[in-house]
Design a protein around this ligand. Structure first.
Ligand code: HEC
Length: 203
């Protein structure tokens, strides 16, 4: 009768198992990488729509009644549009900034660190128009997908309301509505803030 030593057995089993485990974990990494990319792509598409809707509102209001009229439109419409897109998808979508105008847009810890890394990337010469960052993170005990895309400052129309030479009546209207406004003094080419998306994952 042939007797196998249990030690040898276990070694043999491990040797047989190892390539299988390596293959399995490679497959898992691959599928999560493509899941990550799929979620990033869906985020980019939603942001395109969201940004387009914001731009239409801003343009329309500016054409109708200049920056004064557009402030009212921005403050009423921007959060409403964000809300609409958020509930449509079941995601959280919004805008944030290291220097927010609306304190409700202040970054959380993850957003702040991404915004700070965007600033470092800009200093290193990267174009803000192409900057994004995404990853899976643990949040309140749940894994979520988070995505951010930088919002560059254009001279027109942004500086009329976010620059250094804001018309006095526009500045007064901003003072009245946003007593904690930090979003002034920007220059063209700087990062005004970012779009931010959180996608809950299926359990
Ligand atoms: C007519 C004035 C006006 C113009 C022009 C304008 N904004 Fe704003 N912006 C506002 C107001 C008002 C808010 C606050 C909206 C809110 O309450 O959520 C705001 C908020 C933002 C935010 C969200 C973060 C924060 O500071 O609260 C970003 C990002 C932003 N603006 C980017 C831009 C960019 C980029 C442009 C140029 C394409 C631009 N804005 C042009 C008035 C303006």
């Amino acid at each position: 009768m042939v007797r196998f030593s249990p030690v040898v057995d276990r070694r043999a089993a491990a040797a047989a198992l190892l390539p299988m485990l390596v293959a399995m974990s490679a497959a898992a990494t691959e599928s999560s990488a493509s899941d990550l990319e799929r979620r990033a792509q869906a985020s980019r598409e939603l942001i395109k729509e969201f940004a387009g809707a914001l731009k239409r509102e801003l343009k329309g209001a500016l054409a109708e009644g200049g920056p004064l009229r557009a402030i009212t439109a921005c403050s009423a419409v921007a959060p409403a549009i964000a809300q609409q897109y958020s509930s449509q998808k079941g995601w959280r979508i919004g805008r944030t900034s290291l220097k927010p105008r609306n304190p409700a847009n202040a970054p959380d810890r993850w957003e702040r660190s991404v915004l700070e890394s965007f600033e470092r990337r800009r200093t290193a010469g990267e174009d803000p128009a192409r900057m994004e960052f995404f990853e899976m993170v643990e949040q309140d005990g749940k894994r979520v997908f988070r995505y951010m895309k930088a919002v560059p400052t254009a001279e027109k129309p942004c500086l009329a309301c976010h620059g250094s030479n804001i018309r006095p009546e526009v500045a007064a209207a901003l003072d009245e509505r946003y007593p904690e406004d930090k979003a002034r003094g920007f220059r063209a080419g700087e990062i005004r803030g970012a779009f931010t998306i959180t996608q809950p994952l299926p359990r």
